[in-house]
Write a protein that binds this ligand. Structure first.
Ligand SMILES: [Zn+2]
Length: 137
């Protein structure tokens, strides 16, 4: 099983192979892919710690991280404003990691109940750089 939050489930590819030492049963890695097939995105981050990616081909926005959507998270109040994320190259391939905590015995797994999110971009040289790192709670 390689779960991710439902808001992104139709727009990701499994990227476990790119993060062989970090992927495990609690840490799941993906590459963003737009429904149009494009894999290069421009990233935006908000004052409420949300992350959005915009497809470089069709301009479709993808929500990558939003504290309003996770049961254990608490989103900061107020108007949400996005600015372009500072990255070395844009648009670029984007990878994302979602962390899930240990379940209690009486708890059922919920794909939206993430505890951590990391976002990475890939340089044209092929190396991967972390550009966002946030714990939900
Ligand atoms: Zn697209």
């Amino acid at each position: 099983m390689n779960p991710c939050p439902t808001h992104i489930e139709n727009s990701v590819l499994n990227a476990t192979a790119r993060f062989p030492t970090d992927a495990d049963s609690h840490h799941h890695y993906f590459q963003l892919q737009c429904n149009c097939g494009e894999r290069a995105f421009t990233l935006f981050v908000s004052n409420c710690r949300s992350v959005r990616a915009e497809c470089s081909d069709c301009a479709r926005p993808l929500l990558v991280y939003d504290l309003a959507l996770y049961p254990a998270a608490c989103k900061p109040k107020g108007a949400e404003l996005y600015v372009a994320m500072e990255v070395p190259e844009a648009p670029s391939p984007v990878f994302v990691a979602y962390e899930y905590g240990e379940l209690d015995e009486d708890q059922e797994f919920n794909a939206d109940d993430i505890t951590w999110c990391q976002v990475f971009v890939e340089h044209s040289a092929g190396d991967i750089l972390k550009v966002f790192d946030d714990e939900t709670a």
